[in-house]
Design a protein around this ligand. Structure first.
Ligand SMILES: [Zn+2]
Ligand SMILES: [Zn+2]
Ligand SMILES: [Zn+2]
Ligand SMILES: [Zn+2]
Length: 109
């Protein structure tokens, strides 16, 4: 274990600190996004909610549109049908107001 730069305890793992629960690298599968900003609830890249993962190893995300919580693996919100990722190319849809994929122009309606 390394020393955590936030709480100074020797409890920093590869992904997060066990004592203050600061996330340094997203533990989402295949994500490995480096979290530079502190105090984030979810990963800016894959959307993983850290709280649920750190406490119960559950992979959830919150829909940016309807705010409902659901499994991280679904590409589309099961409540409001917002696409998290493009159904054709898998590109992350960066905004809730996009009607087409910015990469391949697939309709997201
Ligand atoms: Zn810490
Ligand atoms: Zn992530
Ligand atoms: Zn939704
Ligand atoms: Zn696309």
């Amino acid at each position: 274990m390394e020393k955590c730069p936030v709480c100074k305890e020797e409890s920093k793992g590869k992904y997060w600190c066990k004592s203050c629960r600061t996330v340094f690298v997203c533990p989402g599968q295949g994500c490995e996004y480096e979290i530079r900003k502190r105090g984030l609830d979810d990963c800016p890249k894959c959307g993983l909610l850290f709280e649920d993962y750190l406490t119960q190893r559950k992979m959830y995300r919150k829909c940016p549109k309807c705010k409902k919580k659901q499994g991280l693996s679904d590409p589309q919100c099961r409540y409001c049908r917002y696409w998290f990722n493009c159904p054709t190319c898998g590109h992350k849809v960066p905004s809730t107001s996009m009607l087409t994929c910015p990469r391949c122009a697939t309709s997201l309606r």
